[in-house]
Design a protein around this ligand. Sequence first.
Ligand SMILES: *Cc1c(COP(=O)(O)O)cnc(C)c1O
Length: 360
Amino acid sequence: MSRVFNFSAGPATLPEEVLRQAAEEMVDWHGSGQSVMEMSHRGKEFMGIAAAAEADLRELMGIPANYKVLFLQGGASLQFEMIPINLLRGKGTADYVHTGEWAKKAIKAARIFGNVNVVASAEDKAFTYAPAQAGWKLDKNAAYVHYTANETIGGVEFQWTPETGDVPLVCDMSSNILSRAIDVSKYGLIYAGAQKNIGPAGLTIVIVRDDLVGKAQPTPPPMLDYKTHVDAESMYNTPPTYSIYIAGLVFQWLKKNGGVAAMERKNVEKSKLLYDYLGTTDFYRNPVNPADRSRMNVPFTLKDAALDEAFLKGAKERGMTQLKGHRSVGGMRASIYNAMPVAGVKALVDYMREFEKSHG
Ligand SMILES: *Cc1c(COP(=O)(O)O)cnc(C)c1O
């Protein structure tokens, strides 16, 4: 049996070691005589799995004690709504930075609940850059400032953390969480769907500073209130148990492989391989401002779109899949999250070079 190099944007490739361990533990987890999928979420086995996953995530990201970690469901998309519901706190206005497809969805959802002030937008250049903070028109009375750390579709990533003073900074880190070192204490809330850079779909991680919990006005229905999930330690209702278990295995894998710092070095190396090659050719094109290029998602177009199908077919024959770009931008996209080995990116660059030679 051989595995492909899977460049999917999400659900995305997982570390093979994690999959093998999960396979080994599938039928009988640690002598318990049952699969993790079959366990009560309130039993001591699963409570131990969830507690270890949280402790490992806290260690990996250096999450301070005054932050709560929640394991929720509903994807980043539910957070687009839960954030304004919980964090507007009667203030009425929130600041949003518009950087592309995902920011747009977050803005649209927030507008249901309050006033959204778009403080900066990259729309003038087709969302190919991250607007410098000097140009942001921040409102010091805003309830919070929201930005998208990595635009998964456009391939634009903030290489810096915004400074928002006393206004809580809220960040969608769905597609670059754990890919680089960050200072959690600069944020009011961080959220991420697990299916890009962590584990299976169905799990959403929310990291929230404790003073922001329980201040929603009006009080939301319980499932939409962070306070409910904080008070119940993410067990108000049945959590996505198997997804939490796999995420926990991924956290252990990250720790064994040098943690976030080592991943960041590897991600710099992998993305550089691709961008350096793209810089040498006119056959492929990446439209993003070089300083804002994503280390996680590398979109590129071929000189002639009529060659797209042949490119994808050849890639598949060489064991490389899911390179087709998002339908909104066309072309190709290579998603190269933590679990993508350097060998996968090398194989892709070799193939791109070969394809250019035979079709250029
Ligand atoms: C995938 C993605 C989302 C949407 O996630 P769902 O889990 O499908 O709701 C939101 N934001 C970013 C940056 C994403 O990459």
